[in-house]
Design a protein around this ligand. Sequence first.
Ligand code: CP
Ligand code: NVA
Length: 326
Amino acid sequence: MTRLTRVLRQAPSRTFGKDLLTVGEIPRSQVVRLLRVAEELKSMRRRGVRHQRLVGTTLGLLFEKPSTRTRVSFEAGINQLGGRSLFLSASDIQMCRGETIADTARVLSRYLDGLVIRTYEHATVEEWARHASIPVINGLTDLCHPCQALSDLLTIREKKGTLKGVKLAYVGDGNNVANSLIEGAAKTGMAISLACPSGYEPDQRIVDRARPEAEQTGGTIVLTEDPHVAVKEADVVYTDVWVSMGREREQVRRLKALAPYQVNERLLKGARPDAIVMHCLPAHRGQEITAVVLDGPQSVVMDQAENRLHMQKAILVELLHGRHAR
Ligand code: CP
Ligand code: NVA
């Protein structure tokens, strides 16, 4: 039995809480385990080996914002694990007529085994988690995108062989993806440098909470307004949209403030020659990144998108397995 197969055969670790709302709250040992389980699930899928650990399980997905990757990778993932998914559009359930989150969460907990929520305010997903007796997974809030960042750790480790000491430069809007990457980098001893214009920095509470963890893991967190400083000697250059979902009314102001933060060939030259380029997608070619860079040889964005599937399957196995035998 390989080392990785042993990991998958072990019972899920109970150091994980009920829910997955932020990367910051996952114990470090559990992040390591998630990476190993995801690697094993990916390898099994490559070899055509089925791993139906979640037969009989139903995962609900309640999305208040659009999604391609998160929705489809969770739905495909639970299916591959032998379970089923149920997509719930916020406008189709009684919540749109005023039913409370508390009542909906308690009712859905009687039918489902887990729930992925994509919403606006982070407090909303916390409210879901408080009232649901089943695991609640954050499928993106305005504050965080934990499933994205965990999947990105998998991609970086695959491409760079390690996470410890790897330099990730995040350039652009200090948004939900940036916040979760800070937490992920701190957990794994990476050196993260973020270049964001004034007024568009990542969440200060997240930075403050991540710093002590980074000190323990040997990681560093650097904030600058200069994209050239951030990308210097970087192993990974990462960007995301300038106008996140829900920020559309700020579009004009954002495009102006963030224009100097485009990831283009000139900026990329400052990174290491073997640097990889990452973007969580969807991308806006010509805004936060040029088409030449996004579609160029250093870009790993499609592998990155694929890894959402493998990491989220690992999350489902770890959170749901053993809980649905009520
Ligand atoms: N990266 C990401 O979460 O994409 P979707 O909005 O398509 O889910
Ligand atoms: N920051 C982006 C990520 C989309 C996956 C947004 O919130 O719209």
